[in-house]
Design a protein. Structure first.
Lengths: 251, 251, 251
């Protein structure tokens, strides 16, 4: 993703070429659009990466989020599976999002004592307001496509996967006909309402401050999710209070 | 309320204790959640308080509003009665609000030439947008639970008082299981989108500037409401234009 | 419009008079509320105006937008026809907007490589959020009253022109009874959430930067719209992809 987005920076594109007007992020996996981070990558001793490599990975994550907001290309999320954790942040940082009937959107960071980072909280506040962002993020829960469309988490929900694909295709075709200058200028003017770099940095700093507390909860999350395989727990996306109880040893 | 909130400040809590994760504000009065200020308290000669005591009361009101935004505890408004005037401001300053079928939300300040203060306007703008905040606040009117949920004034409306209680209890139980660090960090990141202290101060300054004009309207409000008893006028919450006409001598 | 709004400035009103509390912008033309700019006025050689006169016209447009936000009078848009281009910006800069069944709201600037200016984008973001503003503005499309009310582009949609008129009249009558001080103070506090002058200036600068690119598309727009007469193309308000295809020579 980092490589893809870096390649879209106008300064890295030969002047004889132009960056794409639109990119759609879709998923061939019917259960997941983009899931959460591989928890082993952030657990001490959970990975063979060096500390420097882990830091570099984290910094790329930050760079990806900023690129989605600042690149002239329009980014559309076409989702019909789960988006939780980093996947949920990524969706919110796209310019638009459209959902099919099997979309599940949420955050799980709060369940292990962390928080959505690097713009995730701030963009959700801009889509659904402070009070509804509090309701969803503090509970670390997930919702379906219909509710997501009603509150504005996604632009709209389609009744079938085929209609989702057609709807996004219509938008992409229309954008493809329009001059790049107006698209870029409009995107920039809209994005001026995004979170400041200072606020995104402050949220990242809170994440890093809380991370030592989180470490204690992560092994249980790995255990319950059978090391993050697509079983009952992982697919449940913490919608069921029983899964929160199991995570926190109240059964 | 001031004493309650002051007691929740982590700096005033012994390090062996932790502040509560969640506080729910409910009301045992079926007609009112929190109503407006006692108008006698703000009328010159309407009270036996000294000028210093009145100022202190006002400053505590400002401190309460700020505490709701800055304390780590999550504040939930569970309302099934009227919230007007200061009560309406208080609701908006909570982190979330859930309504039962008998909830009535509104502002009455505009009807006597004043305005919602100290964050009330600013938080309503963040929940319902500028144009709808203008519609409700300029008219000094009140709305029911269903409309409040549709526009985002409350998080959601429940069809009965029992379902309201169950719904809030489920949220509180879920939050009680989750680590305090993530709850606090998420609340702080969301609240960074609240009004600035400068804006809240500016609104308070406008209120104080307008107050001499308001004084002329308040005796009629006291008269119509039979000194603020829960009769027809007070329960009407200015929804009926006839009550506005009576207040302004157009009958 | 500039003369009207200038006349409402309290500093230009004799102290024995007061500015009106409310002004409603309605249209006697059943097809249009306010349409787009006369394109001939902005085309080089399309007008007999001198460069200085064109600049003055443009600056008045900017001044009109700012006056709607800063004057104490409450501005209500009562629309039941098309509002595109500058008309669409004007609507967004009013304090409230109410729509009848024949209202069509949109932007067409993006279709010719430009963007909504001088607050239009910024106010739409505040009404419908960043993602929905992106969806509508990037596509340079238009929507009907019902969808506009659901997403918050207008305050509400009425089922008939008569009900629209009655609904707005009720609001105007209610506001007419209320003290001017509270109306003005509330409007100011709400408008503090509008775009900064710096952001509006930045959008205007982008428009001026893009304008040379736009010039190439405008003659085709004039041709398709039969010089902006109320025919099929103009009334379509770019809702049909076929009109975008015709504009960009893909047929």
């Amino acid at each position: 993703m980092y490589t893809l987005l870096t390649s879209l920076d106008p300064s890295s594109i030969p002047s004889s070429l132009t960056p794409p007007k639109v990119i759609v992020f879709s998923s061939a996996n019917p259960s997941f659009w983009i899931g959460h981070y591989d928890i082993n990558l952030i657990l001490p001793n959970g990975t063979s990466l060096s500390a420097n490599e882990t830091t570099a990975l984290f910094e790329k994550n930050v760079a990806v989020a900023r690129a989605l907001g600042t690149l002239p290309t329009i980014f559309i999320a076409e989702i019909n599976g789960r988006t939780t954790g980093s996947g949920g942040e990524f969706l919110l940082q796209c310019d638009m999002a459209f959902a099919g009937p099997d979309a599940v959107l949420g955050s799980m960071e709060g369940a292990v004592g962390g928080l959505q980072g690097n713009g995730g909280i701030q963009y959700l506040v801009r889509r659904v307001g402070m009070a509804r962002a509090a309701e969803y993020l503090l509970q670390a829960t997930s919702i379906g496509a219909q509710e997501a469309a009603e509150v504005g988490w996604v632009n709209r929900a389609f009744e079938s996967e085929d209609r989702l694909r057609e709807g996004v295709d219509e938008i992409v075709y229309r954008l493809s006909l329009l001059p790049a200058g107006g698209l870029n200028g409009t995107k920039s003017a809209i994005r001026a309402n995004g979170p400041s770099v200072e606020q995104a940095d402050a949220d990242v700093a809170t994440i890093l401050r809380l991370f030592p507390d989180e470490i204690g909860y992560l092994p249980r999350l790995i255990e319950l999710s059978e090391n993050q395989t697509a079983g009952e727990f992982e697919l449940g996306a913490l919608r069921d209070i029983k899964d929160v109880e199991r995570l926190h040893g109240v059964e």
